[in-house]
Design a protein around this ligand. Structure first.
Ligand code: DGL
Length: 266
């Protein structure tokens, strides 16, 4: 029997999903949270689909083993490629992030929205379906952005190299008239300061993490799994990569130092 006292499990290919974890913590202060970063294998975005599915299954198995009552796929790439497999295979509620095309379509005034995401997210049939379902009458310019995930994993959030990569990917969107840009990869909110500086004040940047946290609350409520107490929930951080490295980057978004433990490969 699953109990509401069990933690929520959250995973990403790396530290990017902490941008989602942050919103989950704001929305659900009493929940215990287990986060696992698959940094040893990041980035997922340019890997074969079979590899992304295999790693996503391994991550959910890890979270299940740590008692997760629900899982959040805090990785657009894993959602695009693996979420159907995960939902078919695991019994717990699985909430998944995906690029916020629908809110962007309702906000644009120019009729052009830009999506920054990984190569695999953009080429996934799921992304095509998302655009077909929600973007009638609006032009969607999808920009694959290889290299940005690596910059974030390295903790290099504001160097000249990072800025020039951001410019390289964002300029074509602005040149084509986008007034709304979707952050379609959970690593990119780490770069919000640079992105907003490049796009200027007239362009809206959308991060779907808040919507994911609300959807998670709804799903937990519907399943009778919301934590009952009023105590502050705890967090546990794990990585398949180097804990010191993850710790250094996570601190920049989480706002305080956290202990990160290494997942021992089975
Ligand atoms: N944070 C992941 C996403 O949202 C990055 C994927 C990758 O590792 O390339 O897509």
């Amino acid at each position: 029997m699953t109990s509401s006292d069990q933690p929520i499990g959250v995973f990403d290919s790396g530290v990017g999903g902490v941008s989602v974890l942050r919103e989950i913590r704001r929305e659900l202060p009493a929940e215990d949270l287990v986060y696992v970063a698959d940094s040893e294998y990041a980035p997922y975005g340019d890997r074969a689909a079979a590899f992304i599915i295999e790693r996503s299954i391994t991550m959910v198995q890890f979270l299940e083993h740590h008692g997760a009552k629900a899982v959040v796929v805090a990785c657009n790439t894993a959602t695009g490629i693996a979420v159907d497999t995960l939902r078919a295979r695991f019994p717990m509620p699985i909430v998944a992030i995906e690029p916020a095309v629908k809110p962007a379509v309702s906000q644009t005034r120019s009729g052009v929205i830009g999506v920054l995401a990984t190569t695999q997210t953009i080429s996934s049939p799921r992304f095509s379906r998302l655009v077909d379902a929600h973007a009638a009458g609006v032009r969607v310019v999808a920009q694959a952005s290889p290299g940005l995930v690596e910059q974030v994993e390295a903790g290099d959030l504001a160097s000249a190299t990072t800025r020039s990569l951001v410019e390289q990917y964002v300029r074509p969107l602005l040149d084509q008239g986008a007034d709304t840009i979707v952050l379609g990869c959970t690593h990119y909110p780490f770069l919000t300061a640079v992105i907003e500086d490049v796009v200027g004040p007239d362009v809206t940047v959308i991060d779907p993490a808040v919507a994911v946290a609300r959807e998670l609350r709804r799903r937990l409520q519907a399943n009778g799994l919301l934590a009952s107490g009023t105590h502050a929930g705890k967090e546990w951080f794990w990585t398949t990569g180097q804990p010191e490295q993850a710790q250094m980057v996570i601190r920049q978004l989480w706002g305080k130092t956290v202990e990160v433990r290494r997942v021992v490969p089975s």
